[in-house]
Design a binder for this molecule. Structure first.
Ligand code: SF4
Ligand code: SF4
Ligand code: SF4
Length: 573
């Protein structure tokens, strides 16, 4: 440990840390913009400057190592003035569009302008005259609001291994863009939304479907149904200033009814359905010499990543549609039949933690006989805005249950929201399919937690099953490369595009605090712990759906409605 002095007080710091880490560990806050915890510092924005108390020199705390005996001032007049000037310079060519901006009241740049008392324009530069890129089905890019912090570029390259965007041009013309200043839809972008999650301003936001949903709600001809993904109920409360990790499932259902949705379904139900189909597919592949390793298919950004960068693994992908799309399919088939309505009269909305689900819903494979299975996808953040728009106070709502026939879920289905959850749920049911009984303990701890790569070897009924769980596309790339080179062998791999899984998806409440993601994960484990229904194959609504409709997992009808296929994509050269 080192002894340092901060603002005249003695503080201890671990050897080798940066000044910023030393300050954060001691609970002292300095603002940051370009800093990304866990990645090497870039020092791009300089907002974290602190003053060397001995010589008055300003240092970027994120990229300067702390040293024994160091004396620094974090909020000296000089440091504060420098930070204010940095914000004033960042605003010099900013559109000042706050009232019309998606990030109004939730913008790091706006917050810093308030923090440093920037109340008038000090430097006046020509406003950037960039067009808004609305080409992507998932993401809207407004380069005029970009402050060139570089976080999007880093997350896309260093975490997701996609490199769809980068700095282009130089000097005052520098901007973030796909190659050749093309639009995002022609790039290799997989729509994961991790860039949106880290962007401090309104330069990158999800493409909103709120107006479409409100139009459908106002259309008396439409039956408007909504499904909510497993990750949404454990994070939505954060958008209303409530501590992370609170499960508000029943209150959220009540809010959706108050907004006017005719039916509220739980996507965890079709997570159970996915498990029935996927576990059956895995058992068939293992028993009959099918393509292994089988790789999960419920994360649409991962599917586009595989189609684009690893088409040689397309046959390894499970043919199961994602839970969102399975729900869309059963709503417009089984549910429509039961209600005796034309599927085209049903407007099917989903609330997802994920921006890539917007892209998935528009895939041509997900449109049958000219009718889309999902008509609109809202992110968790958009749902929060919808709740505010309808004047609903979550604190004054009594919890309600989701609707039949897709309202009952097992806690295995709920676990889908965290990295390892699909695997744990699938193994519970695959064990049953192979042995006719449930495992001694439903919890498989090796699949749990936020580690980017987890491996477990299981022994089931004389079979040895080697499984891997990866989250983030960068980790997926590492595992696929190891499999390609013969350095790793697995029967089953779970891939989630976002680090930690859907709880940390690109459509979730923005959180710079990893502790919030851990709290969301813990909430899922608590739900599983308390649940009396822990196995997808024991979900009574699932059993009824097979008895009345699909007959058995992998049946002809199940293949028609619940499975899909994938296509190799060409990369722009
Ligand atoms: S990015 Fe922030 S500062 Fe810029 S217009 Fe939007 S809310 Fe205002
Ligand atoms: S959505 Fe994902 S893949 Fe696309 S630019 Fe952003 S980080 Fe990269
Ligand atoms: S788009 Fe957002 S994250 Fe990317 S450089 Fe600009 S401000 Fe930073």
């Amino acid at each position: 440990m080192m002894n340092i002095e901060v603002n005249g007080k003695k503080v201890q710091a671990a050897d080798g840390v940066t000044i910023l880490e030393a300050l954060n560990n001691a609970g002292i806050k300095v603002p940051t913009l370009c800093h990304m915890k866990g990645l090497p510092p870039s020092g791009a924005c300089r907002i974290c400057v602190v003053e060397n108390a001995e010589n008055g020199v300003l240092m970027p705390s994120c990229s300067f190592p702390a040293w024994e005996g160091m004396k620094i001032l974090t909020h000296s007049p000089k440091a504060l003035a420098a930070r204010k000037t940095i914000v004033e310079l960042l605003l010099a060519n900013h559109p000042d569009d706050c009232l019309y901006c998606d990030r109004n009241n939730n913008c790091e740049l706006q917050d810093l302008a308030v923090e440093f008392g920037v109340r008038k324009r000090k430097f006046s530069a020509a406003k950037n005259n960039y067009h808004i890129d609305s080409s992507s089905p998932a993401i809207l890019r407004d380069p005029a609001k970009c402050i060139l912090c570089g976080k999007c570029v880093r997350v896309c390259e260093e975490v997701q291994a996609v490199s769809a965007i980068d700095f282009v041009r130089r000097g005052s013309r520098a901007m973030i863009s796909p190659a050749f200043c093309e639009s995002l839809n022609t790039s290799s972008c997989v729509n994961c939304g991790q860039c949106v999650a880290v962007c401090p301003t309104g330069a990158l936001v999800e493409r909103s479907s709120i107006a479409d949903v409100i139009n459908a709600l106002n259309d008396p001809e439409k039956i408007v149904v909504i499904q909510h993904a497993p990750a949404v109920s454990v994070s939505l409360a954060e958008e209303f200033g409530i501590d992370a990790g609170q499960d508000i499932n029943g209150i959220m259902v009540a809010a959706l009814r108050k907004i006017g949705f005719d039916k509220v379904f739980d996507t965890s139900f079709t997570a159970d359905l996915t498990i029935m189909e996927e576990a059956n597919e895995l058992v068939e592949r293992i028993k009959n010499g099918g393509k292994l390793p089988m790789i999960t298919s419920c994360s649409p950004a991962w599917i586009k990543f595989a189609e684009t960068f690893y088409p040689e693994f397309i046959e390894n992908l499970s043919s199961c549609r994602s839970p969102q799309q399975m729900m869309g399919a059963v709503i417009k088939s089984y549910f429509a039949q039961k209600q005796n309505v034309d599927p085209s009269k049903i407007y099917s909305v989903s609330v997802m933690p994920c921006t890539a689900k917007k892209f998935e819903a528009e895939r041509p494979e997900m449109i049958r006989h000219g009718v889309a299975d999902i008509d609109a996808v809202l992110t968790t953040r958009e749902l929060a805005k919808l709740i505010v728009r309808y004047g609903i106070d979550l604190r004054n709502l009594a919890p309600e249950e989701a609707d039949t026939p897709f309202g009952t879920r097992s806690s295995a289905g709920k676990l889908f929201a965290g990295s390892g959850g699909v695997m744990e749920a699938a193994v519970r049911t695959a064990f049953f399919m192979l042995t006719g009984k449930n495992p001694e303990s439903p919890v498989i701890s090796g699949f749990r937690g936020l580690d980017g790569v987890k491996e477990v070897t299981l022994s089931v009924s004389g079979l040895t099953i080697k499984a891997a769980v990866v989250s983030s596309l960068g980790n997926a790339k590492k595992i696929l490369e190891a499999v390609k080179k013969g350095e790793a062998q697995y029967h089953f791999i779970e891939v989630m595009s976002c680090p930690g899984g859907c709880i940390n998806g690109g459509g979730q409440p923005r959180s710079v605090d990893r502790q919030n993601v851990i709290k969301r994960l813990k909430a899922l484990y608590a739900i599983d712990e308390e649940s009396e229904l822990k196995y997808s194959h024991e979900n009574p609504d699932i059993v009824r759906l097979y008895n009345e409709f699909f007959k058995k997992p992998g049946s002809h009808l199940a293949h028609e409605l619940l499975h899909t296929h994938y296509t190799k994509r060409e990369l722009l050269k």
